[in-house]
Design a protein around this ligand. Structure first.
Ligand SMILES: C[S@@+](CC[C@H](N)C(=O)[O-])C[C@H]1O[C@@H](n2cnc3c(N)ncnc32)[C@H](O)[C@@H]1O
Length: 366
């Protein structure tokens, strides 16, 4: 789904200026939200408020209030109410910036995690490395950094990650547990969020989480808090070391928002290692957000916008993939997709894969 093309030169010129001034627009919207300007206008309703009233409500200077409000006329956050130019009222876009949870989390993620580092996009593209990560320190990828990033950055990173996966987990759980897996391998299981939900869903399942040591420390704390130490085990691993075999003996392997963290070449290697660890009756579940499976432009925009975080901050070589790209890797790794379901939660697709040699001939995806 593409952005509608502007139908006049002036529209195209305006669209181009929105790009030219995008960082300013972004910061204005964020400050209007955080400093209570949008809240003050929301309370005023359709009659709106004067700049002086907003300044009074928020404690901002008249200069600051007027500057923010006037710019926001052009940025679509406010409009004039009534005949004159004295009263300002909040627009629908302003209401979304103020109240919509996804928008809030996306903005915090962009500001706290991506904003400064994005200046290094050129360098990231040139070298295939996450050049923007240097604003926080020296690591090969964001995943080694995650456990030690500043608290606000961690908070926004996890809020972003969890917003999307939390929306899909409750829908995925009954589908995965239809087959009552007894042993489940959660590859890239992060802080144990899925593993904990699996154990709450099915009292007989045992889960092993594979991840980097920093994430497993957080996972251990969470698992302990839930009293699940006997049922959830963490195994530290660098999944980019393709000489390390995956542990065997699992009924189900699970990869959620995980393949997106790797280049296509690494995805292929990881899937081959999954294949090698699977018994004939084992299944591999892949839960991910594919931009070619979305039904609205909002979701596509969010995915394409998030893609560059991988380029510049996360690893320098992955992106938000299309389902077509991931399915090609799955096939090449000797696996087949035997069932797939779109539109779980906010934007996810769930793929159920099996070893090609074990799949029933002629079986169709359900
Ligand atoms: C985007 S998070 C997804 C977490 C979780 N599965 C979910 O759905 O919310 C990707 C996870 O993969 C892990 N990961 C990335 N690169 C890794 C590597 N080289 N070795 C081990 N784990 C890695 C990260 O630490 C992180 O926990």
């Amino acid at each position: 789904m593409n952005e509608p093309a502007p139908n006049s030169t002036l529209d195209a010129m305006l669209a181009a200026q929105r790009i030219a001034f995008a960082p300013v627009m972004f910061q204005v919207a964020r400050v209007m939200r955080n400093r209570g300007v949008l809240r003050s206008l929301q309370r005023a309703g359709r009659h709106g408020k004067t700049a002086a009233d907003v300044a009074n409500d928020t404690g901002l200077s008249t200069y600051a209030t007027k500057t923010l409000l006037e710019a926001s006329l052009s940025f679509g956050l406010v409009e004039h109410a009534g005949e004159g130019r004295e009263q300002y009222r909040i627009t629908r876009t302003g209401l979304i910036i103020e109240n919509d949870r996804m928008t809030r989390i996306n903005m915090d993620f962009i500001h706290d995690v991506c904003y400064e580092g994005m200046r290094f996009l050129d360098e990231a593209i040139e070298g295939g490395k996450p050049a923007g990560l240097k604003v926080f320190g020296e690591w090969p990828t964001v995943y080694e950094a995650l456990a030690t990033l500043p608290p606000k950055v961690r908070e926004s990173w996890f809020a972003f990650d969890h917003l999307y996966s939390d929306s899909a987990f409750p829908v995925a759980l009954p589908l995965v547990f239809e087959r009552r897996p007894r042993r489940l391998l959660d590859i890239g299981g992060n802080t144990g969020r899925w593993a904990i939900q699996c154990c709450a869903h099915d009292p007989d399942v045992h889960v092993t989480v594979l991840d980097l040591p920093g994430q497993l420390e957080d996972a251990r704390e969470n698992v302990t808090r839930h009293g699940l130490l006997g049922r959830i085990t963490g195994t530290p691993i660098d999944l980019l070391d393709h000489t390390q075999a995956f542990p065997t003996g699992y009924d189900a392997l699970w990869m959620s928002q995980f393949l997106v963290c790797f280049s296509e070449a690494d995805i292929l290697q990881i899937l081959r290692r999954a294949h090698a660890a699977m018994a004939d009756d084992a299944v591999l579940w892949i839960l991910d957000t594919f931009w070619d499976r979305q039904t609205n432009g909002v979701a596509v925009h969010c995915l394409h916008g998030s893609s560059l975080y991988f380029t510049c901050l996360a690893n320098g070589n992955s992106r938000m993939y299309s389902a077509a790209d991931i399915k090609r890797c799955i096939e090449e790794a000797g696996l087949v997709v035997e069932a797939e379901r779109d539109h779980l939660g906010l934007a996810h697709t769930l793929l159920r894969c099996r070893k090609r040699e074990a799949a029933a001939p002629g079986r169709r995806a359900g």
